[in-house]
Design a protein around this ligand. Sequence first.
Ligand code: ADP
Ligand code: MG
Length: 392
Amino acid sequence: MNSQHSGLSPQQAAQKAFVDQFEYQPQLLVYAPGRVNIIGEHTDYNDGFVMPCAIDYGTAISGAKRTDSLFRVYAVDLQQWDEFDLNKPIEPHPEYKWTGYVRGVVKYIQQKCPEFKCGADLAISGNVPLSSGLSSSAALEVATGKFCQVLGNLALTNVEIALIGQQAENRFVGCQCGNMDQLISALGQKDHLLKIDCRTLETEPTPVPHGVAVIIVNSNVKHDLVDGEYNSRRQQCEQAAAFFGVKALRDVSIEQFQQRESELTALDAVVAKRARHIVTENQRVLNAAVALKKGDLQQVGVLMGQSHVSMRDDFEITVPEVDYLVALAQEVIGDSGGARMTGGGFGGCIVALAPEEKIESVRKKIADHYEKHTGLKETFYVCHASAGVSVL
Ligand code: ADP
Ligand code: MG
């Protein structure tokens, strides 16, 4: 995922760029990972359950304190600059979207910690593929938050940093995402999946079973409408919650849903389908966590398959290329694991859990068929569940 820097890690690339661009030595290096969600899609903003892991791809920031109140930021991968002043109101950049993730985090850190006034020079570099469902945005937000926390010696926990990242994305960038991406980037644990209760923020780690690979395949389908579609799904979920008279769909059990499903369908068939996805998906996450603890990968695979069908038919966030990738992976994996789309949808990646000895046959199956069938070349990754944000 690091094509831009010819073999340098994000940490190395950020440090090298810092010295090249600012012509002095950096004093701080932070790193935050992207993530892959194993099960529980679009449930986070419904106060529900998710089960992601942080991955071994992420974003690094190399930086140093300035004596004034300027933030000067160099995005290594885009070769673009940003500059803003902490003593003035922080507004969106007129042109560069990426700056919103940095400016937004700094703005909301300042709101929470008004003592944060010191300027800094930053070089940012990452190797999470952008806009592919692996959350490069959260990696950037959490890395920025950690950078400010350490630089300013601020009393902020990693959970608070994550929530500030979400706030920046919701209010500053304008994507109404939930809290999963930032929480897992902040709290990930090496070799573990993390079940997160997105209402209480309770987390429960479960080891990735020994000999099981986390495979990610990028369809390389990209759509422009993702933020709009995302925000409309969120609205539909809120409509459904209002119908049931609850704060969020998390509060509706499958039985309660079924009792009033036809009534809701008569009112708004699309909203009913959206709600069915969320209500059933929440239960699938809970069931998957139990199955995983027992080492029952077959059952986890069944649940991943059901999750995919629900995203495809009820939530309507998959695309044919992604459906096809899932089918190819499932054909090889059989009942030894599972596969599903991962991330917000409308393109992006699939995730599969499979015995390590099946990695090469999954790779080959997809290489043999995907491009022929779709005209697109996939990107195949075997990744490892990784630790969350760190100061190096
Ligand atoms: P995802 O989070 O799934 O990768 P998003 O659309 O939410 O997709 O976020 C992608 C955006 O985040 C990019 O278009 C860019 O603006 C910003 N971004 C992420 N990583 C970096 C980086 N290393 N340097 C600059 N901008 C980045
Ligand atoms: Mg994102």
